[in-house]
Design a protein around this ligand. Structure first.
Ligand code: NAD
Ligand code: ZN
Length: 357
């Protein structure tokens, strides 16, 4: 057992007790270093990004039940204050990130292949275990991600889910330098990072979202084409003709939380194109005509966060300045308002909560 400071007995946390909320700041106990189980660490969380997944969890949108009451959050950035693990390379005082996958068995086929999110015993931060919307979070040394020196904690926070997820999804799409990628949801938390990761890989980007603020942002970040899904009448035609040969993009990474974003995604892709499903709107099916799927050899794949190596790479690219999170910092207690704005699609980039305010 190692620890580097006196740990308070109580802390602030944002918590909800039942499906649909309300979510509010409460004073809750801090797990003490002597209570940590083997493999656990206590992290002093300084900042946490707010992902749309946190809102889905609060609303009970998905067919997998979450823990209740729940402290959400899975883009936590802070430093280790205590650990019950003498095998790990991590050190007390080290900057680390709490990402969605908090724990996996590390022994099954999926873990061995680097698909830890598919592990049957995977635990998810801010879903099956309490997450980063608290000042002192318990997590697991096996999945904590070291944050590179020189990368500020608030800049790092959104990389831990949004960044890792889109970085992995672009890799899963197989799209290559010089090819075209369409990103529905490009102005949101995941999307604005997807534009930049794609750009850093030499991939050409068509951004779909709505409103002039998001338009300006994604163009500044490197999107060559912009389509507003609220004003464009024929999205399929607009996406296809955005590519100079008129055949449509090689891939889509759907990073929107609304079902409509999936409606045309298969249709506007070029033959042999791939739709990477990332956004998780509730009760949504992807409808594909069998004939055209076969005849044009189109593909749909799901992509679910990333593994530890993806997290390392996504953070390293941010530390190297290739990708920059655009965010607004708000106090922890503003989370209910953040959820309202997120639900209304009003947020550009990410919101990062400051755990000290
Ligand atoms: P966000 O609210 O920050 O961004 C979503 C964006 O989608 C907004 O800018 C919104 O305007 C835009 N949008 C809505 N409808 C659209 C449409 N029809 N076409 C184009 N754009 C549209 O959300 P986020 O935090 O970036 O998360 C996005 C989704 O990704 C959520 O459903 C979240 O749960 C999911 N997610 C999945 C994974 C994964 O591993 N697959 C990981 C993290 C988040
Ligand atoms: Zn997330």
């Amino acid at each position: 057992m190692s620890q580097d400071m006196n740990i308070p007995k109580e802390q602030k946390a944002c918590i909800f007790h039942k499906k649909g909320g309300p979510v509010a700041v409460e004073t809750v106990p801090v797990v003490q270093p002597s209570e940590l189980k083997p493999g656990e660490a206590l992290v002093r969380v300084m900042y946490s990004g707010v992902c749309h997944t946190d809102l889905h969890a609060m609303l009970g949108d998905w067919p997998v039940p979450n823990k209740l009451p729940l402290i959400g959050g899975h883009e936590g950035a802070g430093y280790i204050v205590a650990m019950n693990d003498d095998q790990t390379d991590l050190k007390v005082g080290q900057n680390v990130g709490i990402k969605w996958i908090a724990h996996s068995c590390n022994k099954c086929e999926f873990c061995r292949q680097g698909y830890e999110p598919l592990c049957k015993s995977a635990q998810c931060s801010g879903y099956s275990v309490d997450g980063s919307f608290q000042q002192f979070a318990v997590s697991y040394t096996s999945q904590l991600t070291p944050i590179p020196d020189g990368l500020p904690l608030d800049d790092a926070a959104p990389i831990l889910c949004a960044g890792v997820t889109v970085y992995k999804a672009i890799k899963e799409s197989g799209v290559k330098a010089g090819e075209w990628l369409v990103i529905p949801g490009a102005g949101g938390g995941l999307g604005h990072l997807a534009v930049q990761y794609a750009n850093s890989m030499g991939i050409r980007v068509i951004a779909i979202d709505t409103g002039s603020e998001k338009e300006q942002l994604v163009k500044k970040l490197g999107a060559e084409k912009w389509i507003d899904f609220k004003t464009e009448k024929d999205i399929v035609k607009a996406v296809q003709s955005a590519v100079p040969d008129g055949l449509g993009p090689h891939a889509a990474v759907v990073a929107a939380a609304g079902a409509a974003a999936y409606e045309q995604a298969l249709e506007y892709l070029r033959p042999h194109g791939v739709c990477v499903a990332v956004g998780l709107p509730p009760d949504t099916d992807i409808k594909v005509p069998v004939f055209w799927t076969v005849f044009l050899s189109k593909r749909v794949v799901g992509s679910y966060v990333g593994n530890r190596q993806d997290a390392h790479e996504a953070l390293a690219l941010a530390a190297a300045g290739k990708v920059k999170t655009l965010y607004k910092t708000l106090p922890l207690g503003d989370l209910p308002k953040v959820y309202d704005d997120m639900h209304a699609g009003k947020l550009t980039g990410r919101i990062v909560l400051d755990m000290n305010k």
